[in-house]
Structure formats: C-alpha cells, structure tokens
Design a protein around this ligand. Sequence first.
Ligand SMILES: Cc1cc2nc3c(=O)[nH]c(=O)nc-3n(C[C@H](O)[C@H](O)[C@H](O)COP(=O)(O)OP(=O)(O)OC[C@H]3O[C@@H](n4cnc5c(N)ncnc54)[C@H](O)[C@@H]3O)c2cc1C
Length: 392
Amino acid sequence: MNQEASRCLLCKKPKCSEACPVHTDVPEAMRLYREGNLTDAAKLLFENNPLSAITSQVCDWQLFCKGHCVLNARKMPVRWYEVEQEISMAYLLDAHVEIDVPDNGKKVAVIGAGPCGIAASIWLRKKGISVTLFDSFDRVGGVLRYGIPEFRLDKKYVDAYERILQEIGVVFVGKSTLGKEITIESLRKEFDAILVAAGAWVAKEMRIPGEDLPGVIHALEFLKEPSSYELGKRVIVIGGGNVAMDACRTAIRRGCDTTVVYRKTFENMPANHLEVEEAQAEGVKFRVFEVPVEVRKDGDRTFAILRDCENVEENGKVATRVIDGTDHELDFDTMIVAVSEKADKSILDGYDHEDNPDIFKAGDYFYGPRTVVEAVQSAKLAVADMISYLQV
Ligand SMILES: Cc1cc2nc3c(=O)[nH]c(=O)nc-3n(C[C@H](O)[C@H](O)[C@H](O)COP(=O)(O)OP(=O)(O)OC[C@H]3O[C@@H](n4cnc5c(N)ncnc54)[C@H](O)[C@@H]3O)c2cc1C
C-alpha cells in the first residue's frame, strides 16, 4: 500500500477536494483504498471524472490538491495523486463502461475529441443519448495525443478512451472539421443538440517584425509531430507556460542546445513549476526578464533581437516593462513560439447559445486555454445543461 494513503487524515471538510475543479472525493477514495477495495475506489473516481487516470498524472497538484492538504501546516502534505495514479491508471486500461439505460432516441454531435469531448461523450451515452464525436484529427485525444509529449503521458492511456468510446457506441468521425467538412446547419439536420468542445488551437503571434521568417515555428504545430521538424543545433523557446515547457523539453531530448526566453520572472511563469524544475534539471537554459522584439536573417545567420524587461509597480500592481536601450542579439537555428493560444471563435460565428439553445460550448473552447481537469468539469456542467434541454 502507498504510505501516502495511511498518512491521510480523512478530513470531514477536505480542502483538497474543495480546491479540485472536479471535487474528487479524496477521503472516500482513500478509505476504499485502505480497505484494499481498489475497484470500487476506481469506479468512484471514474464516475466523477472519467479522466482520473490522466489528471492524476498531468494536473498541477500544488494548485489543485497537494497544495491545499491540511498537513501543509506541518510541511508534509499528502501526495494524493500518487494514490489516485495507482488506483486509476491500472483500472483504465481494462475498464468497461456500463450503459444501463436504453437509448432514448436523442442524438448529439460533439465537436472535439479532447478530454472535454471524451468526458461529455461518456456521460451523454450513459444517459441513453446517441453520440457522434467529430474531430479534425484522425484519432481521439486532443491535446492529450497531439500536444502533451509521450515522455509525460504514455499514449496507451489515451488509446484506452478510444476503445471505451467505441465499446459504448460513440461513433467517432475523424478528419472532420466544423467549418469545413461539416457545418452547424448540416449537423442540425441530424442531431438534436451540438456540443462544441474544439479546444484552443490558434497560436497567438508575437507581433514583431520577422516572426514569419523560416526557422520560426509555433509550439502547437511542433508538438503535433516533433520528429517532422529539423531543429538544428540551437533552439530558443519563447514563453513560460506548459506549452513552452513541453516544447523545450522535447527539443532538449533531440540533443539541441535549448534556451527558454521569458519576459517575466520564474515566479510569474504560468507553467507547472515542477515542469520548470524538470526542464532545468534536463539542461534547458532559462533567460528571464528578456523579450524578443525582432527576428532577423543575415546570410546564414538567423537571430533574435532581445530587449531586457523589469518589474515596476504601477497603481499598486506589479507590471512588467520593457527597458529601452537594452537590445542584444541571440542566434538560433529554430525559434519555437509558445506565447499563448486561443479558441477559433469563427467556427461558431453568429451561433450564440442564447439565440441557439441547441448549441453548447465547453472546455478550452469556452474558457480559453486552461487544464485537463477543468475541461472535464466544464463537460460535466455542459452535459447537465444538455440533459435538461433534451428533457431526458
Ligand atoms: C502542449 C500542451 C501541454 C499541456 N499540458 C497540460 C498539463 O500538463 N496539465 C493540464 O492539466 N493541462 C495541460 N494542458 C492544457 C490541456 O491540455 C487543455 O486544457 C485540455 O486539453 C482542454 O481540453 P479540450 O477537450 O477542451 O480541448 P483539446 O484537448 O484542445 O481538444 C479539442 C479537440 O477539438 C478538435 N478541433 C478543434 N477545432 C475543430 C473543428 N473546427 N472541428 C472539429 N474538431 C476540432 C481538436 O483537433 C482537438 O482534438 C496543455 C496544453 C498544451 C497545448
């Protein structure tokens, strides 16, 4: 048994559950685990969060569970996620979802087969609703398959969802993009409701001269199929979020001399801090308080003009300011841009939920880039709304 389970105080008002976006019932799962009842513990977790086997691996535990454990007061918080991994990862690979209600004739189209679309499809099927799941990619998984690298998430866990969805009768239609092969109007002819869970796949630009030069690529494109890129020797990654960390850690695994350039401090980095530490341990260099203001090519040489930044207090808040007159150059073979992503709102142009009650939005598509566990919680809320709309 994992020693972490025996240290859990089984709090009556568990702060870890409170802080978790899907409010995992940690004490009850811990209790079942301690009794050796791993299957019931796994079922409890799966029913509340079908992505438990994934979120237990990729969540920012400091933010969502471990960081809120009462034993932080004694500097020895329980690592609940280790127990959750043990319970859920093995279970998922062999899990079979029961649909114990007959089909009720209602049909839903889910757009986007990322964690949000996967969780929503499972919950909708469990209500006896027929589900067709569309995605631009030809496989299920969204960011789990086409973003997060294999060294952080073994794809056998993503494959398991493909199998489960097939077993419960979800029809997956790959290579189908809303706005291209399919439209809202074509879907409306066949489906009673539509859930758009298309994620946030539009890379934000740096808006600096030269960013379209060869050698400058976007992290989301790179991470889809890293092996298809010739990176050269020197790689610089622009940004300080999860995407930047996955990009730099992938580049260093390719043997590149890899440097992350971030305009604020380490403390300001939105990335999971554990990942930043791991990137550093793997040899990635970090240059903080620097920002690219231009990319230039001069013969064989490609380089970024970087400018220094500093934190200043403005109206009682800390703001980051670029310092004029501090320009300096940094040569690179590949610059990977990971400054942020956003949803492609144009795919729902003119179709808001207020005037179109059959259209629902969830996950990163709705909120902008967040996390896997928040995408699952968002799916839960959207499915509840859909069920009440469909009156099933
Ligand atoms: C590189 C990277 C690393 C990350 N690391 C972490 C992490 O460690 N921990 C964590 O919790 N979160 C992480 N995140 C964030 C997390 O992955 C997302 O918040 C989560 O995947 C959102 O789920 P989703 O289902 O809403 O969207 P997605 O996972 O983005 O899935 C959306 C799906 O919709 C499809 N789609 C898009 N447009 C269309 C269209 N027009 N028609 C049809 N299909 C379409 C896409 O192909 C995709 O498969 C990371 C994100 C990235 C990009």
